[in-house]
Write a protein that binds this ligand. Sequence first.
Ligand code: ADP
Ligand code: MG
Length: 350
Amino acid sequence: MFLDSLLGLISKDLGIDLGTANTLVCARGEGIILSEPSVVAVRKGTNKVLMNGEAVGEKARQMLGRCPGSIEAIRPMKNGVIADFEITEAMLSYFIRKAHGRSRFIHPRVIVAVPSGITTVEKRAVINSAERAGAREVRLIREPMAAAIGVGLPVTEPRGSMVVDIGGGTAEVAVISLSDIVQSSSLRGAGDQMNEAIVKHMKDVYNLQIGEPTAEKVKIEIGSAYPLEEELQKEVRGMDTLAGLPRTVTVRSEEIREALRDPLEMLVRSIKSTLEHTPPELAADLIETGITLAGGGALLRGIDRMLARETGLPVRRAEDPLTAVARGTGVVLDQLETLWPILEDGRESA
Ligand code: ADP
Ligand code: MG
């Protein structure tokens, strides 16, 4: 323990939000020091990361949908599970090295926030990857727990609070009390599914083929889950599938809202079923504590009002929802000596 504290002073302990869309790294005492898309560029067919990891993160994201035949930009965590272990490991190791920077001799302790639905095998894979990337010791924390801590919910109290973390590949719904997750569900494809719904809408209605990055822009700029005071519109460029030529069309926020209905309904169903399975005393608490939204999807216009209407509970959007999980790992890092023993080491089969 003494040696650990000493090493803690000279090494930089890290908290990592290994998200399906974005990876954030928090350093003890420093806050968030890295935030990049969870994207890796590889040579097609080989799974070999391009240029020694130069093509990881933001640079690789810019290649999505724009690669020549021999290169592929991959999101290895796309569906909230580790779709590709090797590439995930390469990515994690690039981010850890970039964040830690200092001496290769002093290894950091690392906390990784993982989706609550992750399997034991995937947990081991994350831990092994982080260790191979230079971590001295690795512990895991469930994403919704980290998000709840990050937004300052009273997680240690005997009182129910609900977090809905809407990411790219997954949405995590969890009821937390006494530092534990009492009830949870993990929905595949959250923000990504919204993008896909927009791609489909443009194709069905306008015969316009667009890529996912364009669909995401449409979602962010004019997407909504609830009628807007002032409806919006946006010009969208894509490929006319009939004429075989590039074309521009103007889309309205009303039609995009309609296109987003299915993925949003799935989210509502997932929240309702979690509520149904929550013990009554804790469910009753939620009438007061309500639902807190985190993750990038929380930024969708009107999603708070729509969920309030659907659940009858108060809903609030966390401040800076994209960084909630990473900030949560930062809070844990600050109390590392006391909290370390209770964090998951991936050995016990959960
Ligand atoms: P993950 O934890 O899975 O990495 P994030 O919490 O980083 O995901 O959120 C990424 C998701 O949030 C993406 O699907 C992105 O399109 C979406 N997103 C980001 N900003 C907005 C916005 N303003 N409106 C709607 N969705 C958004
Ligand atoms: Mg996340």
